[in-house]
Design a protein around this ligand. Structure first.
Ligand code: ZN
Ligand code: ZN
Length: 757
């Protein structure tokens, strides 16, 4: 009786459940309801119900529920598992798809021609040929490779995984291969930079009577561009045109980046003319590509014109404009334009924010970069793996350690892979923020390293005056098989000169060409001048300038002037300065250095003359500027600037320090001033130096004994160096000061530079 009732109920419910399940739009709720009915009524043994239910759950990404249903099928055949694999692949859950495939295989069920395309797509998505090849083998044995869908999915997989020879074999064996597979193969070779293979396959396709279409041409143009074969990209474009194929918007936006990278403006203008003639100037991708091209060719006027003539504002074009302005060092304009876009309510995306942050980072606007990063998050835009390495240089440049650490934390939380770009940006940031050990930890943690990473850690050690460690890295790099480049040598030579390792530095310099075939450049000669000059070997320093194969530039003469100032060598200083006044007439720093030597020698007449020349030329001293990060906020101090709200407190504290110093018979050093002024005034002026103001501000606003970190846009002055050493001793604090030259790690009244900078 009861079974009869159940039977009746089933015949009543089954059609309605079935119809519900068949509706592709069935909601998750409806699926669950149907699931419950199926269990209650014992219909779960009927595989077609279960399979349908699995598909529904999978489409709603409820893989756990789908597995539950799968488990209730006693002997699942190919259908339920295929359904799951198909759904997973469609949702880009490639790893899961391959997991279901291996379950299928372990039950002795072989994939059929319906599911194989999904399987190969999953292998392509994971770039996993180790899984793909054996499945290809199974497909061959089971005879499914004659299916045209299976064939094209195989081609796609091999192209995606750079197995181009295999892809080619599959295409050539296809009885009715089509233009799509051949084009994919051509594009694959082009992306690998294999010019001759790409052209060979292209011709082969034509000889088989398969007419290449614009997709085939565009794939080749874009592919060559991606592999850095810019001129091949352009010549393919020209060939396409000359053979009677009409380049379309995709062709144009694929070739223009190559034109920009090679900086061939004349070709760019021709392409622009073609765009206007063909009336494809409203294509958004074409407009962005034109803006990008003009930006790379340093034509900011043309770039802005293309932007202004655009019919409808498009976010891609906005991004291209910001990047182009930034590239042409028009940071202020880029920032203004970005703010205008915000005001116009354009839906700015992560690329827009990242490019404006990178722009500020690269164009000397670190504070703005940090602000924008904050605004970006407030606007609800998620930073990505490109945003962080764009922000990190800004943190490093103003020693904003807390901000840098926060960015690092972000990388860890979001599981952003630490590749060579992110890795070297982190190494550089920590080094510039005075945390060289943290730099080293980041370096040691890198799975793969390229030259940029090695140079980043070496430059960090150089900046910190750690010559021994820099040399260790240099040799570790060579043992690992990485050859140094000219930047590596700049790091090594500057770290040797910081540490006074004259002979060692000289040996490295000699080995550059002799062992590594690297021709020394002006910056290496400048390092050598500093290295020899500092050690008092001024004659040798002059000789090396005389022997230079190229014309010494301002860098080299600047190095000579600096060492002249260290030794107060008037003769050398005057010689170097004369050259510098010709080479960089607008740089006030050179006048100041020479004037300091005169002042040391008490030649006040000469000091006055120089001051008059500066006045005549309208040159004033570069304003000294220092930054300090206190409680997650970066504070900026300008020399002589009285506008900081804490200024009276800072001054009070400074006077206190000066008194203490006098008591300990350690008087302020007043050698370092340009003007001939009374002793008292000198002290007043010295009190206004930005690095000292920043340190005192730090002392007043942080926990006693905690370390302080200050950076200065000029070289630290001798007086401030003395005062800060005194403060570190009196306040028992570690103080890191980074100037343009190096790091000063000041502790217990002594500095890591050994007063040698
Ligand atoms: Zn100073
Ligand atoms: Zn120092």
């Amino acid at each position: 009786m009861a079974s009869q009732a159940l039977h009746l109920m089933n015949s009543f419910y089954a059609p309605s459940i079935l119809s519900r399940l068949l509706a592709t739009t069935a909601s998750l709720f409806q699926a669950r309801q149907a699931h419950a009915h199926i269990i209650k009524t014992g219909l779960s043994t009927q595989t077609h119900f279960s399979t349908r239910l699995i598909s529904l759950y999978a489409n709603h990404q409820c893989f756990a529920d789908a597995e539950l249903v799968l488990g209730s099928i006693p002997e699942p055949d190919v259908f339920p598992l295929s359904t799951l694999i198909y759904a997973c692949t469609k949702l880009n859950r490639f790893g899961l798809a391959l997991g279901f495939l291996s379950r299928m295989l372990s039950r002795g069920v072989l994939p059929d021609a319906q599911v194989l395309p999904s399987v190969f797509k999953a292998c392509a998505g994971l770039s996993d040929l180790r899984a793909g090849r054996p499945i290809h083998g199974i497909a061959t044995v089971t005879g499914h490779t004659s299916d045209s869908y299976v064939q094209s999915s195989l081609v796609h997989m091999y192209v995606k995984c750079n197995g181009l020879a295999d892809a080619r074999k599959v295409v050539e064996l296809m009885p009715d291969s089509d233009v799509v597979s051949w084009s994919a193969l051509v594009a694959g070779y082009a992306r690998q930079g294999c010019v001759s293979e790409a052209k060979e396959v292209f011709d082969e396709m034509a000889s088989l009577g398969i007419e290449p279409n614009s997709v085939s041409w565009n794939g080749m143009i874009a592919g060559f561009n991606q592999s850095g074969r810019h001129s091949d990209s352009i010549s393919t474009f020209q060939q396409m045109h000359s053979q009677g194929f009409k380049p379309d918007g995709t062709s144009i936006s694929s070739v223009l980046p190559a034109v920009g990278d090679l900086d061939i403006l004349i070709v760019g203008i021709q392409v622009h003319g073609y765009v206007i003639k063909q009336g494809i100037g409203s294509d958004k991708c074409v407009v962005s590509a034109l803006i990008d091209m003009y930006g790379k060719c340093a034509c900011s006027a043309e770039m802005s014109q293309v932007f202004d003539e655009m019919e409808q504002l498009d976010v891609g074009a906005c991004n291209a404009l910001v990047a182009g302005l930034s590239r042409n060092a028009l940071g202020d304009t880029a920032l203004r334009v970005f703010r205008e876009f915000m005001g116009k309510g354009i839906d700015l995306n992560v690329v827009s924010w990242t490019s404006v942050i990178a722009c500020c980072s690269q164009n000397g606007k670190p504070m703005e970069a940090l602000d924008l990063f904050r605004e970006m998050q407030v606007a609800g835009v998620e930073p990505n793996s490109v945003t962080i390495p764009s922000l990190l240089p800004a943190c490093g440049n103003i020693s904003a350690l807390m901000h840098g650490k926060a960015a690092h934390g972000f990388i860890i939380r979001r599981e952003i892979p630490v590749d060579v770009y992110v890795g070297s940006a982190l190494i550089d940031m920590y080094a510039k923020c005075g945390r060289i050990q943290a730099s080293r930890l980041c370096f040691d943690g890198l799975r793969t390293r390229n030259l940029v990473c090695w140079n980043a850690i070496m430059s960090g050690y150089a900046m910190h005056g750690k010559a021994k460690e820099a040399m260790e890295i240099f040799h570790m790099m060579q043992r690992s098989g990485q050859e140094p480049d000219s930047i590596s040598f700049t790091c090594i030579l500057s770290s040797c000169s910081q540490s006074g390792l004259t002979e060692v530095g000289q040996n490295y310099f000699n080995s550059m060409f002799e062992e590594h075939g690297i021709e020394p450049k002006v910056e290496h000669y400048a390092c050598m001048v500093t290295l020899l000059g500092r050690a008092g070997k001024t004659v040798e320093a002059c000789n090396i300038i005389k022997k230079m194969p190229c014309e010494p530039d301002a860098c080299v003469w600047g190095a000579l002037l600096s060492v002249s100032r260290i030794h107060n060598n008037l003769h050398l200083g005057e010689m170097a300065a004369r050259k510098l006044f010709e080479l960089e007439p607008g740089n006030p720093g050179n006048y100041i250095l020479l004037s300091n030597i005169y002042a040391y020698k008490r030649k006040w007449n000469e000091v006055d003359k120089l001051r008059d020349v500066m006045k005549e030329k309208g040159l004033s001293k570069n304003p000294g500027c220092s930054w300090i990060e206190v409680k997650n906020k970066v504070h900026m101090f300008l020399a002589g600037d009285r506008s900081h709200p804490h200024m009276s407190l800072i001054n009070e504290k400074l006077v206190q320090f000066t008194m203490e110093m006098k008591k300990s018979s350690c008087f302020p050093n007043t050698d370092f001033l340009l003007h001939d002024v009374e002793e008292e005034d000198k002290e007043q002026i010295l009190c206004g130096h930005s690095e000292k103001l920043a340190v005192v501000f730090g002392v007043l606003n942080t926990r006693p004994g905690s370390p302080l970190q200050v950076i200065k846009n000029l070289r630290i002055c001798g007086d401030c160096h003395t005062v800060i050493k005194f403060i570190s001793h009196l306040e028992r604090r570690e103080i890191f000061v980074r100037d343009t030259n190096r790091f000063h790690h000041i502790k217990d009244g002594a500095c890591s530079c050994g007063d040698y900078w």
